[in-house]
Design a protein around this ligand. Structure first.
Ligand code: F6P
Length: 325
């Protein structure tokens, strides 16, 4: 069946650049003769039928805005067969033939199931600060979050060095250490503690035993939020008990990492991916995510993007150590 009307939604945690992606999908679709509908609050808008007509001006002046004009939600109903059936009925009633879903792991899991159950053409865009989707070197929002963390750490370093303290800075990432590791490199931190190597070494003991104080009087350690790392609080507690000679402090950056105007890198990525999503539908692609590999856009089966096969480059951890001697 020929596609006439495309629906767009953003789901899960918001990420800077989602608006740039919404704009690119909308305008590329209109340029190619499709009609567009904006679905509000992620899958919830499909379940409740909160669907709006989108014109070119619906997406004016948003490329620079963080967050998502479509709003977002984590929708429980959509995880049930009844909820998805309701969503399909509303989608059909609104005349929507295909969907572009912008979101992370949970959102694309929902897309994959929905596409299979109801034979709906769906293209996913990786929208998450966590960068934890397979088949793509980067996700929309990741670069902006890295920059936000880097700027915060630059500020923390002033006080850390003045007081000669050890700072544990906890960053987001769900179960992945991409944000922690790469913000550690970018901010010249003394260490990154990430979930990916939790079972292999006691990262805190190693950090202390290699004597970060030998040449420095203060240190910044980026900690990924996963329970596997113990989190910044857990690590500071351990320092208090096991290494009381250190004066440790904790900063949890929290949701500040999800906000802000997207960087040029994220705006360009979102614009390219958004346009590619429409082109993918025109080519008859379904149940794929748009990824970027070595600078080129690629189609990744959503199932593969969700396979958690993306590994962290461990050389990065060595680099943090080498560059902080
Ligand atoms: O997936 C994005 C993310 O920001 C994760 O890094 C974090 O663990 C989670 O969402 C927080 O979710 P919420 O905003 O629902 O607390």
């Amino acid at each position: 069946m020929a596609i006439k009307r495309i629906g767009i939604l953003t789901s899960g945690g918001d990420a800077p650049g989602m608006n740039a992606a919404i704009r690119a999908v909308t305008r590329t679709a209109i340029y190619n003769g499709f009609e567009v509908r904006g679905i509000m609050r992620g899958y919830r808008g499909l379940v409740t039928g909160e669907i709006k007509e989108f014109t070119s001006s619906s997406v004016s002046n948003i490329i620079q805005q963080g967050g998502t004009i479509l709003k977002t939600a984590r929708c429980q109903e959509f995880t049930t067969p009844e909820g998805r059936k309701q969503a399909y009925e509303n989608m059909k009633a609104a005349g929507i033939d295909a969907l572009v879903v912008i979101g992370g792991d949970g959102s694309l899991t929902g897309a994959e199931t929905f596409a299979r159950e109801f034979d709906v053409p769906i293209v996913g865009l990786p929208g998450t600060i966590d960068n934890d989707l397979g088949g793509t070197d980067s996700t929309i929002g990741y670069d902006t979050a890295l920059n936000t963390i880097m700027e915060a750490v630059d500020k923390l370093r002033d006080t850390a060095s003045s007081h000669e303290r050890l700072f544990f800075v906890e960053v987001m990432g769900r179960n992945a250490g991409f944000l922690a590791l790469n913000s550690a490199i970018a901010s010249g931190a003394e260490a990154a503690i990430i979930p990916e190597i939790e079972t292999e070494v006691d990262q805190l003991a190693e950090l202390i035993s290699t004597g970060f104080r030998k040449s420095k009087n203060s240190a910044i350690v980026l900690v990924a939020e996963s329970p596997k790392t113990g989190g910044a609080m857990g690590l500071a507690e351990r320092v208090k008990k096991e290494f009381p000679e250190y004066d440790a402090r904790v900063t949890i950056l929290g949701h500040i990492q999800r906000g802000g105007s997207p960087t040029a890198v994220d705006r360009n990525l979102a614009s390219r991916m958004g346009a590619a999503a429409v082109e993918a539908l025109m080519e008859g692609q379904r149940n794929v995510m748009i990824g970027i590999k070595n600078g080129e856009l690629v189609y990744v089966p959503i199932r593969k993007a969700l396979s958690h096969e993306k590994t962290i480059n461990r050389k990065g951890l060595d680099l943090v150590k080498i560059l902080s001697i």
